[in-house]
Design a binder for this molecule. Structure first.
Ligand SMILES: Nc1ncnc2c1ncn2[C@@H]1O[C@H](COP(=O)(O)OP(=O)(O)O)[C@@H](O)[C@H]1O
Ligand SMILES: [Mg+2]
Length: 247
């Protein structure tokens, strides 16, 4: 049976050495749809995502993913959970020494018993979904920035995940390419019916793709909810953020 929320942070604290990053974060991410975590650079967005995949653990409070308490989850269960989470990392989205085919096939080779033929078929389907069919033999350096993001997206969906996490999917891309990445986030969302979490400070992207947003600031979600409600809330910190005055 599914839990009410897909991902939940309950009073989460996290510090690195003496630097507190999360200071009692409460965050609810419902099943399906796209939830966007907004916030200025360095506020802890990537750290928050790392708690979802169990790379970081809360010092205090609770992170619950699909009903699993991430502080108590056993190794085997964590591995199984991670297979259900596709991640588009902020940087080094692809392995530079591997072809596009090998990149997209990576998780399938690691975690499944699929035959080479089945892998090739699945890779083709995923590349086709991001209009990159035919680039199988190319190396990442041969692709444009936007194509690399799309190839990374193909890799993120290869394992047919239930969750997709996007860390700054448009950072470093020009407005046109960013808009195309936004198109694919929406396209995959409607085709795959996954639960997506987008981390960004790109407000145009957030407005376009989000069902819900949460603004992370000073270690907490200062406002969260459906995007139109948050925009209408006149929350002072949110207004500063959209004016680009939060840093
Ligand atoms: N492994 C780590 N060790 C020490 N400090 C870290 C570590 N990971 C993140 N931080 C610090 O935590 C803060 C939040 O980082 P991050 O989540 O990457 O911010 P962003 O919102 O830009 O993604 C930053 O000050 C960063 O330097
Ligand atoms: Mg980050």
């Amino acid at each position: 049976m599914k839990t009410k929320t897909a991902i939940e942070f309950v009073g989460v604290f996290k510090s690195f050495e003496a630097q507190p990053v999360l200071k009692g974060l409460n965050l609810q991410i419902p099943w399906s749809g796209i939830t966007t975590i907004l916030g200025p650079s360095g506020c802890g967005k990537s750290v928050t995502l790392k708690h979802v995949i169990g790379i970081e653990q809360a010092d205090r409070g609770k992170v619950v993913v699909d009903g699993w308490d991430m502080a108590r989850i056993r190794r085997g269960e964590l591995i199984a959970l991670r297979k259900r989470i596709g991640v588009l990392f902020q940087s080094s989205a692809l392995f530079d020494s591997m072809t596009v085919m090998e990149n997209v096939a990576f998780g399938l080779r690691m975690h499944t018993k699929m035959t080479e033929e089945e892998i090739a078929e699945r890779v083709h389907v995923c590349l086709d979904a991001v209009r990159l069919a035919g680039t199988e033999a190319k190396m990442p350096v041969e692709l444009s920035g936007g194509m690399r993001k799309r190839a990374a997206l193909a890799r993120a969906i290869a394992m047919q995940p239930d969750f997709i996490l996007y860390d700054e999917p448009t950072t470093g891309l020009d407005p046109n390419t960013s808009s195309v990445v936004g198109d694919y986030i929406l396209k995959l969302q409607s085709e795959l019916n996954v639960t997506s979490v987008v981390v960004t400070h790109d407000m145009p992207l957030a407005r376009r793709v989000s069902d819900r947003v949460a603004l992370l600031y000073d270690g907490e979600a200062v406002v969260q909810g459906p995007v139109d409600e948050v925009e209408a809330s006149k929350n002072e910190i949110f207004e500063l953020f959209i004016e680009g005055r939060l840093g």
